[in-house]
Design a protein around this ligand. Sequence first.
Ligand code: 13P
Length: 291
Amino acid sequence: MAIVDAKAMLLKATEEKYAVGAFNCTNLIQMEAVVETAVELKAPLILQASVAPSVFLKPRVIAAIYRTLADSAPIPICLHLDHCNEVEFCKVCADAGYTNIMIDASKQDFSENIRQTKEVVDYCHQLGGVSVEGELGTVSGVEDQVRVSEDEAALCDPEQALDFVDQTGIDIFAPAIGTAHGVYKTKFPKIDFERFEKTAKLINGSKLRVPLVVHGGTGLQPDVVKKLVALGGAKYNVSTDLKHTLIDTTYDYISAHRQEYNPGKVDKTVKEAIKARIAYWIGLLGSAGKA
Ligand code: 13P
């Protein structure tokens, strides 16, 4: 199936009211687990790599693995660079073969956020086949090299969001609505649904133009997830859940098998655990059977 940029995939999701799972991976086992599960469930998929794993593994290596996995998968798959706050590295990853780039200049003031985001948009669109995600307001918590304290976190202003979308020409938009990266301190974080709905209406009310992204997906209760999807969340990001699954499963396996030196068995156990989490998210997001 085609390797795709994210926009068409997410416009379809918005129209049909489901969300595509966008899963942050740091290694091959995770990538394989995610792709295998999406294929089994016939779900469209966004594989994400944030900046640290992209630098560590090298963008061309990640893109090559992804193309190999995607080439034989009968579902649309997009490779997304997550939360990159450096314009030049966005360009490096677009050149390497990522098909969706997130420039996160949300910590900058409004005009500088527009300037940097537009520079990445212009570059990727001229390259062709690469869509761009931008963010307005700041999502609190830690996602790789992007750290935002609760004091710094600012929610997105819907009117400004429309201006941002129009001026930058972005393909996908991430509004800050109170979700957070990492582990929530409370079971019931305060999510600003009204703000999300108003933003969705202003941007996509008269004509569906720019799909919306929900960041900070780990830890939200199922009813919250479903509500955000119903209001127009078309891309749903999950990172922390997969990191915890990887580390905890590895730790538990090794603790229980201290005398065994068989990495393949650790990998297999981790892969099964990740697959179970991906199946959970795809089920909740309603994307099974939509490929
Ligand atoms: P979590 O940390 O909640 O998994 O959020 C991931 C995310 O939004 C990546 O951009």
